[in-house]
Write a protein that binds this ligand. Structure first.
Ligand code: CDT
Length: 313
């Protein structure tokens, strides 16, 4: 009998800055109920920074105001109602949040929980944007100002009959993220994201935002023989228009379920975990075919003159 799992994705529409934490949590709880109403779901996947607005889109100078966006003990009181629901239903849940450690280190983090038991924590590695406010752009992305680069590497955990990893938004655009997980045997990766349609300074890509979202995650799935679960926060949040496109992607690279809106929506799929093992054995057999001795430039500190500059026109 094949190893199977039922996965649900909760896509969120915008979370307005003025919505209280309580109001947002109520919304998440209702969506969690929808996602688990079939009594078959094993795992529910929420987006990046799911408890609040995506606050790196604007400048916050007041530290009290800024710190209100972070959780300072994990699990935090702000997460408790969702974790209670997870416990009551016996369903695992993963979601993103701002993390503030006891040493005041700030991370863009995602955790996998079953009830209040934290099974896995990942701190975002690829932080896009800037560490200072940029003049004359349509919206900010101040992730480099509000977060440090994640210091936990790319951890995985055994859960049910499979091995799971987590990534956060921009991590999904970098092939190394998936490869770090697949080399450790992960068969399923959950990725929450907040992706604006418009990218400052590269407006020519704006019509391709949905395409690049799918391209990155489908390539990650296929080239690493993994199930990829993408959960978006879409719609216009505080003036920033973000894509939806939440989806469940098989290890053959095909999208098997996808959200049709860019607001609150639940999708789900029964997934065959053995498909990952089949593709890893017969196509991307790392043991037989990888040539890491020829990939040194990928991991070693860059030698003088690398990367070679692009030719300018
Ligand atoms: N949240 C996040 O990582 N967003 C980025 C925006 C790209 S900015 C160049 C993303 O990769 O979708």
């Amino acid at each position: 009998m094949s190893r199977r799992m039922r996965v649900s994705v909760v896509q969120l529409g915008p979370i307005p800055k003025d919505d209280s934490r309580e109001k947002t949590m109520l919304r998440l709880l209702n969506l969690f109920e929808d996602a688990t109403a079939d009594d078959r779901t094993d795992l529910v996947v929420f987006p990046e920074l799911a408890l609040t607005s995506f606050f790196p889109h604007w400048e916050i100078r007041d530290s009290e105001e800024l710190h209100a966006y972070y959780e300072s003990e994990i699990p935090s009181p702000g997460m408790a109602p969702l974790l209670e629901a997870s416990k009551r239903k016996g369903v695992a849940v993963t979601f993103g949040y701002g993390e503030r450690t006891a040493e005041n280190r700030l991370f863009n983090t995602a955790s996998l929980f079953k009830g209040e038991k934290e099974l896995l924590r990942f701190r975002k590695v690829h932080l896009p944007g800037y560490n200072e406010v940029q003049p004359d752009i349509r919206h900010q992305n101040l992730e480099k100002m509000y977060f440090r680069v994640g210091d936990l590497g790319f951890p995985v955990v055994d859960f049910k009959n499979t091995r799971i990893g987590l990534l956060i938004c921009n991590d999904r655009r970098w092939p190394e993220s998936y490869r770090m997980l697949s080399l450790q045997g992960a068969e399923l990766v959950c990725i929450g994201y907040n992706s604006p349609i418009h990218t400052p300074s590269i407006a020519e890509a704006d019509i391709l935002t949905d395409f690049h979202n799918e391209l990155s995650m489908q390539a990650g799935a296929y080239q690493n023989s993994m199930w990829v679960i993408g959960a978006a926060k879409g719609g216009v949040e505080e003036g920033v228009d973000q894509i939806g496109g939440s989806c469940i992607i098989a290890p053959n690279g095909k999208i098997v379920a996808q959200a049709v809106s860019n607001s609150d929506e639940v999708i789900g799929a029964d997934i065959d975990l053995d498909m990952s093992a089949r593709f890893r054995k017969h196509m991307f057999n790392f043991t037989l075919h990888r040539r890491p001795e020829l990939y040194r430039a990928i991991t070693e500190p860059m030698p003088e003159g690398w990367p070679r500059p692009a030719l300018s026109s």
